[in-house]
Every structure is written in C-alpha cells, then in structure tokens.
Design a protein around this ligand. Sequence first.
Ligand SMILES: C[S@@+](CC[C@H](N)C(=O)[O-])C[C@H]1O[C@@H](n2cnc3c(N)ncnc32)[C@H](O)[C@@H]1O
Length: 464
Amino acid sequence: MTFSAGFSVQAVELFCGAGGMSRGLIDAGIEVIRAYDAWPVAVENYRHNIGPHAEVADLKNLLSIIPEIVRLAPDMICGGPPCQDYSLAGRRQEGENASMTVAFAIIATAVRPEWIVMENVIQASKSQAWAEARAMLKRAGYGLSESRTNASLYGVPQSRRRFIVTARLGERDGFLQSAVADAASARPMTLRDMFGPLIKSPLYFPATSAARRSLYSPDESAPTIRERSIRPVPATWHPHAADIALIENGYVYSRPVRGGRGVRTIDEPFPTVTRTSWERPAPKYLGNPHPDDPAPAELTATLTREQASRIQGFPEDWQWIARTQRDILQMIANAVPAPLAKAIGEIILARQAGQTVPAIEGRFLDWLEHNGQRRTIARNIKASAMRARRLLGGRTYADSARELADLDAVAGFASLPKNTRSDLRRALVLLAQFESSKKSRPKTTRQTRATETAPEPIVLADAA
Ligand SMILES: C[S@@+](CC[C@H](N)C(=O)[O-])C[C@H]1O[C@@H](n2cnc3c(N)ncnc32)[C@H](O)[C@@H]1O
C-alpha cells in the first residue's frame, strides 16, 4: 500500500515492552518518536533492536509523563497496557495492572492526539477498567472501533485473539471496523506456512499476502501455477535445523490453557504464545491427554525460543538480550505480533490518506424501506452516502452538522449540480439518523427481523 507523499504520523508508545507493536507500526510507515516502559530489560531490548527513543518510566507518574508527551505533540498514542489481571492465566481480579488501562486513557485524553491504538486481551473488553477508560475517551470526543482480532489472520501462525481499539477524534463509533475486517486473510496462517515445506529443491513463488508462503515443493500444487511467477530462490533462504525438525515431526505441543488441546499439527496455527508454551508435556498431561489430540503428546516437537520469537512476528535477525531465559520468554509472550500491528498501522495510514471508506454496517436499505423509500431510491441514497463519505476522505462524523459543513467545504463540491449536492447532503443526514437509530435500539441476543424494534420515523433536516 502506498501513501500520499509528505504524509506522516508520529506516535508515542506507552507500555512498549521489547517493541513488538513498535516494530509493526514502524514497518507500516508510522514514525515512533518515543516509547516508555517501566521494565529496564524490555527497554534495553527495544533500544538494541529498534532505536534509542525508548525510555524507562513508570507510567503511574502522570504528573511528569503527561507534560512530557504533550510537548512531543504526537499524532498518535498507542500501547498495550499490562493484561495479567484480565488474562485467563491471571488472577481475574482487577488490580494495579488493570488500572494501567485507566492510566493509558488518562494520558491519551490529556494529550489528545488525533489517533489512539490500544491492544489487550479479549477479556479486557468486559472489564471495569476498560468501561472507565472507554467513558473517558468518549467524553474527550473520540469515536472508537473495538475489534476482536485473531493474529493468525494477520500474518503470523498463531491463534492469538486480542482486543484492538482504534480511536480517532470526531469519528463515529465503528469507523474502522470494516477496514480491520477487510485486512484479514481468508484463512489462518499455519506453522507450515511460516517454517516452510521440507524440500530439497524448493520452488519460489513470491507470496501475494502475509498469510501465504513463498516456497513450495515440486510435488505439491502451488497457489498460482503460472510459469512466469516462479523465481529463483532468494539467496537469503536457508533452512534452519529446528524448522526441519518441526516440519519433519509434523506435530507440536503447547501447554494447554483451560483444558484445551495440547497437540497441534503444523497445518494449524500455534495457540497463543505464553511464557510456558514450549514446556514439554508434564506427566499429568501425558496421563490424561486431550481426546482430540492428533498425535501422542510425548512424540511432538517443541518450539525453540527463536521459533517462538518468529511466531510472535519478531524478525529473524532480532537479537534478544537478557540475563535469564525467563525474561526473554516473558518479553516474547508479552508482545503484539509485529505483522498484526503493521496491518493496523497500514489501515490507519490508508484512512488518514483518504484511501479507504468505511462500509455502511447494518440494514440501511431495509431501514430506508421501512421509512417509506422504494428499494431503487434506497439504493441511490446508499450510493450517495458512500460518495459523500469518499468526498470526505473516508471520515465519519459523530457531529452531523460538522459533517455537512465539511462536505460543503470539500474542494469541487460547490461546482457539482445543485441536485447532486442536495442528494449527497440528504444521504448523509439519513445515514446519520440510521446510525443513531442503531444505537438507540435495545440489543437482544437473538433478534430476528420480525421482532426488531420499529424504526423511528424519518424527520428530514433541511439538508438542501
Ligand atoms: C503487554 S506488555 C506490552 C508489550 C508490547 N506492546 C509489545 O508489543 O512488545 C505490558 C508492558 O507494560 C509494562 N508496565 C507494567 N506496568 C508499568 C508501569 N507502571 N509503567 C510503565 N510500564 C509498565 C511491562 O513492563 C510490560 O512490558
């Protein structure tokens, strides 16, 4: 994806760890100008692999941190506050770590950059801390997109499910949801996709997406059987002994969480990488293995530290430095997989550059019909709403009056025919009413069309 010349987003990262999120955002084209973490070991690894802009700081010290970041005037604040209080493996009681989610929101709303990105475990979305943080962001004027992502659909062979919040000043809630969903690959990336087929004379078909591999055996069907897409194998490719062992074995063990399967095949993604993922199966598990394990746990391969690091999206040349293996494993397990962060960064940059337009979610056409519009007219209204959003560079607006004012100010709008201008304005007003009606409708878990709340009648503002 390419972005407009001279276009840049500067970010400050909070709770940066060793730099998984920064790595991905930088790869997307975002400039990370400062990063903070309280753990000196993580900051040392960040500085060694990414750059000198990481600092050791306790982000509870709001009075010193906030003025410092205000002076930096970033376009974005991003970060993954600690999640132990929420994660399945943790105590499940909200304590000091959960309050760091609130600290994140306090800093972000005080600095008030255009963009905010926050990553956490899925359980955080239901927490009291997120409810408080969310309320702060809303009061500060942010529209929020809350997505539940699976990293295996964004370029790593790991079923890591995470809650990703993107926020932008002035937007409607959900403004980026369709773009995040559209960026997901059609199928999860597998361990075989990453560690390669076991082949002596590989064929190289440059991958067309993050979820595809590039090397294929002459014996298997490649994704695109076109002679001209076969290229020489890159000189940098060399099989690792551990990767060969993993592929030869075909199965891998990962200590299960909550009674799940311990054994995976290499044609699946690995489960969420934790600090203990690569422990060998304990006698307790061997005595009572999961009934759906595809192979005996004692015969499986175990990931090496380097493989775990790559499954978390760290590049092959990443250098881990720490006195203990435990610290390295902790930093790896803590990270946002860099390819996932890269995908989010690219989605943000594309929207900022006006290259994508949010889909209209929900039953807009049905709503228009319920409100007396014929289907063909409803389709025209929807098409006009999309055209107006394109003219607005993909922006959605929490404030309808501002949306119409900005539309009027768009270059070239004034020279459109009067009827077209009026249609575009009217379509945006109707879309805003539809969006508000979605919010006010009570949510039920099993709502059928027959039981849907009757739509509010349309009261058209004078949009012409
Ligand atoms: C989930 S990890 C972040 C990982 C990072 N996003 C990445 O991609 O590598 C959370 C981080 O918060 C840091 N942390 C915890 N309490 C903190 C505090 N009071 N101030 C600053 N950092 C803190 C931890 O040291 C840890 O590195």
